[in-house]
Design a protein around this ligand. Structure first.
Ligand SMILES: [Zn+2]
Length: 284
């Protein structure tokens, strides 16, 4: 992807190196356990179980400054350019639909981070929290993406950002609000089926962004293949097969490799919000 020297988003909050503040449970109030804690991740592997529904943990904030490696700093610049691209593309698309796009903030963290959805560790992977409308990424995930998940390449990384931005689009469009109450109205297996459609829609929106990036001439040879490979490598079936040798489709929350690739591709081909109605699609 052509990105060097291009404009970066200002909506980046760098919390790398800062520890989680100790507010104490007493200051939070007793109702916290009732808050619906859900975050939208890139993949199933980390699991939302790693989100700690408790703000009282951790050491006091130290505020020490963080100096990443040259590679990390380059990644930080890269995601800031991608985020800027998503802001421009989604602002235009929303405008065409008579809507206003509110830009999300991307929080860079290392190790652990506190969000409106709870405290999350690096193992959760990149995620979006509808409660504060922030994207959270520990840049070390990109090494994992290329090595553990066999999805190297800068455009694979761009897809990750675009997928989380897709969840933000779903929040702005009201889709998140529509599906969340269903969680208390059905079994986990039934709700997972909605989650899969929800996640595939985020993949579709990532594809919509890629469609526009392509139109603007930012893509290089091999970029689309990098994103498609990433979508394939993090399909629920592929991850489960790697982790334990068999799959349990009832537990899928993000879709199979084939589905993830198909919906990213569909967004890339179609380029509009309207083409991504995964909830009414007969064939996922
Ligand atoms: Zn997701």
């Amino acid at each position: 992807m052509k990105w060097k020297g291009r404009q970066q988003s200002r909506n980046i909050e760098d919390r790398r190196g800062s520890r989680i503040g100790g507010k104490g449970i007493a200051g939070v109030g007793g109702g916290l356990g009732l808050i619906l804690v859900i975050v939208f991740t890139l993949l199933n592997g980390g699991g939302t179980g790693d989100i700690v529904n408790n703000i009282g943990l951790g050491e006091p904030q130290t505020g020490e400054s963080y100096q990443g490696t040259a590679r990390e700093e380059e990644l930080a610049d890269f995601v800031a350019v991608v985020l800027k691209d998503t802001e421009e593309v989604w602002t235009d698309i929303f405008e065409e639909n008579g809507l206003v796009y509110r830009e999300p903030t991307l929080v860079l963290f290392s190790g652990q981070v506190e969000s409106a959805c709870g405290i999350a560790g690096t193992a959760v992977g990149p995620f979006y929290c509808p409660g504060d409308q922030n994207l959270y990424i520990d840049l070390s995930f990109y090494d994992e993406l290329s090595q553990r998940f066999n999805a190297p390449g800068d455009f694979a990384m761009a897809y990750v950002v675009a997928h989380e931005v897709g969840h933000h689009v779903q929040t702005l469009l009201g889709t998140t609000e529509d599906i969340m109450p269903l969680r208390n109205q059905m079994s986990e297996t039934e709700f997972n089926k909605y989650l899969v459609r929800f996640e595939l829609q985020a993949d579709y929106y990532a594809g919509v962004w890629a469609n526009h990036a392509q139109g603007l001439g930012y893509l290089e040879a091999g970029d689309v293949e990098e994103a498609l490979n990433a979508a394939h490598q993090i399909g629920d079936d592929t991850l489960q097969k790697q982790a334990r040798g068999y799959v349990t489709p009832d537990s899928f929350t993000h879709g199979t490799s084939e589905q993830r690739v198909r919906w990213f591709k569909e967004g890339l081909r179609n380029g509009t919000i309207q083409g991504g109605d995964t909830f009414n699609a007969n064939n996922l």
